[in-house]
Design a protein around this ligand. Structure first.
Ligand code: RET
Length: 236
């Protein structure tokens, strides 16, 4: 366990933001009785609850460790990976359920996703720079496969959706692609990538903004219209 430095401010803002998002989803979902809609609330509420805990862990220093790379000590927030390994599959399930994707598609997406985060964690803990970069490469290739498969699967499901469900799916899919592609970029430019272009203070801020938009922003757009969620699973 180590003590966070000046980047702690971003971790506290992240904690507050995730908590506020959770409260908003809980309040909005309170009177929802349709089981199909409830499932979207359950998933979104778990995503932000897990992230609230993870941000609190990081802000209080519990989620922080140090890894020695070539004689230099790197501060590694391991709690991120614990968060992502659970929350990214839930976000993908949100989107797959909205699109009406089949079970095999969901298993494939979740499998690729868990592998991506696990190999990213190996990259974060590896003790030499070339090994770190190599595992980052493996994880990034998995992400590209995942996004490619996601686009294929959602396109395939598209003709089974109503117009408004389709347009919400497309919007969330595009948002997901742009946001998720930014993660490996921040990682490699940040302290983990050992090039050190982006100091820990800025890296932590960047991940915090990405996490808030990818979780609270995504859930906000998803849950915004109950009449759209009502049409999920209806044929065109
Ligand atoms: C890592 C580093 C190794 C290379 C790749 C990564 C991808 C991470 C992603 C994280 C997404 C997180 C989300 C969180 C929600 O709040 C592990 C950074 C490819 C895509 C969406």
């Amino acid at each position: 366990m180590a003590t966070p430095g000046s980047e702690a401010i971003w971790l506290w803002i992240g904690t507050a933001g995730m908590f506020a998002g959770t409260m908003y989803f809980v309040a909005r979902g309170w009177g929802v009785t349709d089981p199909k809609q409830q499932l979207f609330y359950v998933l979104s509420i778990f995503v932000t609850t897990i992230a609230s805990v993870s941000y609190l862990m990081m802000a209080t220093g519990f989620g922080l460790t140090q890894v020695e790379v070539g004689g230099v000590m790197l501060d590694i927030y391991w709690a991120r990976y614990a968060d992502w390994i659970f929350t990214t599959p839930l976000l993908l399930l949100d989107l797959a359920l909205l699109a009406g994707a089949n079970r095999n598609t969901m298993y494939t997406l979740v499998g690729l996703d868990v592998l991506m985060i696990a190999t990213g964690a190996i990259a974060a803990f590896a003790a030499s720079a070339p090994v770190r970069i190599a595992w980052w490469g493996v994880s990034t290739v998995l992400l590209l496969f995942l996004l490619y498969f996601l686009v294929q699967a959602l396109n395939e499901a598209a003709d089974r959706q109503t117009e408004s469900v389709r347009s919400l799916t497309t919007r969330l899919r595009n948002m997901l692609i742009v946001l998720w592609l930014a993660y490996p970029v921040v990682w490699i430019l940040g302290t983990e990538g050992t090039i050190g272009l982006l100091p820990l203070y800025y890296e932590t801020a960047a991940f915090m903004v990405l996490d808030l938009v990818a979780k609270v922003g995504f859930g906000f757009i998803l849950l915004r219209s109950h009449s759209v969620l009502d049409q999920v699973g209806q044929r065109n």
